[in-house]
Design a protein around this ligand. Structure first.
Ligand code: ZN
Length: 261
């Protein structure tokens, strides 16, 4: 959740590499033969994953309420995120999905950077400006900011994808590829059986916003995904099971591969 609007081929390649280079007995895309790595579908690509909210944000209200640049205006550093009715936090859900997704992308040959490195009650942040700039200095090929929503509207469920609007000086350079990334992400999540949100974003699963620092400050194609509604029983069930989280990670990995392929 974010602050309110205004508040197998790999096995074949590994085998080939092993045959070509007997010394590389444990060959894989990272440790093995260089030519095999070059053949990996995402070889040479860099992906930033931003697992929304640190688990401990609620323990540091003064830190996360601090105003930071958000693209021509200021917004609070971060928020606490939401949770399921059973108390499973958004922070932990997005952390686990991001870890699963990272493993999948690395298998495809990508380099993956995360915007946080733990899921702990004694940590906070990172602020939205740091999240927004992640991937700019050492340029990455795309950035996914991963969240889940917390709507109490009756029956509200499903995912939606948020892309930046065209704002000169801020997102003019990235809004077109980001829009393409948003459409690719929507199609990929649908491909693994997830349904588009019925309660927000006009019902088509795509939203465009100019008020999010995480999107405004990015110089690389980026979208934010709200993978489902944690307050909905069916979505919550998927989010709190390993198999369910694998489904989200699989859909997002397909999106990255399609976008960068
Ligand atoms: Zn969130």
């Amino acid at each position: 959740m974010i602050a309110g609007r205004y508040a197998a081929a790999s096995v074949a390649l590994a085998v080939a590499a092993t045959l070509a280079s007997p010394a590389a007995a444990t060959s894989d895309f990272r440790a093995g033969d260089g030519s095999a790595r070059a053949l990996a579908p995402l070889a040479g690509k860099v992906v930033v994953l931003d697992p929304g909210h640190q688990l401990g944000n609620h323990n540091f209200p003064h830190k996360i309420d601090r105003l930071v640049p958000a693209g021509g205006f200021k917004k609070p550093c971060n928020t606490t995120g939401t949770a399921t009715n059973g108390g499973y936090p958004e922070a932990t859900f997005t952390w686990r999905v991001s870890r699963l997704l990272k493993a999948r992308l690395e298998k495809l040959g990508a380099t993956v950077r995360l915007t946080r490195h733990s899921d702990r009650e004694d940590r906070w942040g990172p602020c939205v400006d740091a999240r927004g700039r992640a991937g700019n200095k050492r340029p990455a090929d795309l950035k996914l900011s991963i969240h889940a929503d917390g709507s109490y509207a009756a029956g509200a469920r499903g995912f939606h994808v948020i892309a930046p609007t065209d704002r000169r000086r801020w997102t003019h350079d990235i809004f077109k590829p980001s829009r393409r990334l948003a459409r690719t992400t929507r199609a990929s999540l649908e491909k693994v059986g997830l349904t588009v949100a019925d309660y927000i974003a006009g019902g088509d699963g795509l939203d465009f916003r100019g008020d999010l620092g995480t999107l405004n400050l990015s110089n690389i194609p980026t979208v934010m995904v709200e993978l489902g509604n944690m307050r909905n029983r069916r979505d919550a069930h998927r989010m709190t099971t390993k198999a369910g989280r694998e489904t989200y990670a699989r859909g997002l990995a397909i999106a990255v591969r399609r976008f960068l392929g």
